[in-house]
Write a protein that binds this ligand. Structure first.
Ligand SMILES: NC(=O)c1ccc[n+]([C@@H]2O[C@H](COP(=O)([O-])OP(=O)(O)OC[C@H]3O[C@@H](n4cnc5c(N)ncnc54)[C@H](O)[C@@H]3O)[C@@H](O)[C@H]2O)c1
Length: 335
């Protein structure tokens, strides 16, 4: 499906929560490049100031190092902005499994704070959600109004999906009850330069292993599939969703096209890096703990976002891997 519609960005100053993170920092690049003033609020828990170091001299760029759990600091930042892009969250499978309390508190209380502060000042908000909310469904592609199948609460992995799902409910509740302008992006696996493998992101982790000549560790049998999206495409999608108030009040899948198994992904990474590394399969119980449960497939249906904004991803899985390799070869992965 080709991209047709393109809207000019209607805001002069945007607050990006989690703006020192992987996707947030690319959003900064994109909006500053268009002459938009950008402020970020970030506690640098999984993000890094190195991700935005190159922007520090830009007069249109401001940084507040604080948590979105600090309501007073957050409110000051929201006051200064015309719109908010809410990216800050506890992210990454490893972090979620190892720090479930932090995950839940950041994602629930943080989003509650962002929405409350934005509501007070009548600021439009884009909330970043996740394809994890589809849970264990296997009947791909996933559509936004599909029923969701989540795992048991004794498995910490599902805390991420549930907390993000509550963020969606809360944002939509503000839309319905308070006529607050909100829009929700359900991001599917987003990849590119600056992403770190430290918290369980598969492509930067496998690429780093291949470049180091280490075995590429695959959790489970590697037949689980994912659909990856280049961060540059994802950022275009986010900007286009915020650009048109007429399409607010809804959830939009935002991701790539082309499903690939983790085993094929690892083989492709070995080919692209010309590595002599081998594949090493690790049972999930060893990688995480006995209570871990994975999702077998994940493919977005992009019909809704395409109809609303013209969004269509342009970059292939090959391009995604090449860009991650170039980044990791060029400098040490940040954080
Ligand atoms: N990368 C993906 O594949 C993907 C997929 C689905 C959804 N998402 C969503 O996109 C958003 C950004 O993810 P990312 O991949 O860039 O991860 P990231 O970890 O790089 O970015 C998250 C940022 O939020 C910051 N942060 C965390 N807690 C905070 C707090 N309490 N106060 C202020 N800042 C805080 C972190 O320091 C980091 O900079 C998240 O909401 C995530 O759930 C990402």
């Amino acid at each position: 499906m080709p991209s047709k519609k393109k809207k000019t960005f209607p805001f002069e100053r945007v607050l990006i929560t989690g703006g020192a993170g992987f996707i947030g920092s690319h959003l900064c690049d994109r909006l500053l490049g268009d002459g938009v003033q950008v402020e970020i609020i970030d506690d640098l828990s999984t993000g890094s100031i190195r991700n935005v170091e190159h922007l520090r001299r830009n007069k249109n760029f401001d940084v507040t190092i604080a948590s979105i759990l600090d309501e007073a600091k957050l409110a000051e930042c929201v006051d200064r902005a015309d719109a908010v892009i809410h990216m800050a969250a506890a992210v990454g499978v490893r972090l979620i499994v190892e720090n479930p309390v932090r995950t839940i508190e950041t994602n629930l209380n943080g989003t509650e704070n962002v929405l409350r502060a934005s509501f007070k000042k009548k600021r439009p908000v884009l909330v970043a959600s996740t394809s994890e909310v589809y849970g264990k469904r296997q009947d791909v592609p996933f559509r936004e109004d599909d029923d969701l199948i989540l795992g048991a609460s004794r498995r910490p992995r599902w805390a991420y999906a549930c907390s993000k799902l509550m963020d969606e409910f809360l944002a939509l509740a503000h839309w319905r009850e308070n006529k607050m302008p909100v829009v929700i992006a359900r991001l599917f696996n987003t990849v590119g330069p600056r992403q770190t493998g430290m918290y369980g992101m598969v492509i930067p982790r496998l690429t780093a292993q291949a470049l180091a000549g280490q075995p590429l560790t695959i959790y489970g049998d590697g037949l689980q599939t994912r659909t990856f999206c280049h961060v540059t495409d994802a950022v275009e999608g986010l900007v286009s969703l915020l650009s048109d108030e007429k399409i607010y009040g809804a959830v939009y899948n935002l991701g790539g096209v082309g499903e690939i198994s983790i085993r094929d992904l690892a083989t492709l990474i070995i080919k692209k890096t010309r590595s002599k590394s081998k594949l090493q399969f690790i049972p999930f119980e060893k990688a995480y703990d006995g209570d871990f449960e994975d999702m077998q497939r994940r493919v977005p249906d992009l019909t809704r976002i395409n109809a609303a904004t013209g969004y269509w991803p342009k970059r292939s899985i090959e391009k995604i891997i090449e860009d991650v390799i170039a980044f990791q070869r060029g400098k040490r992965p940040s954080k």
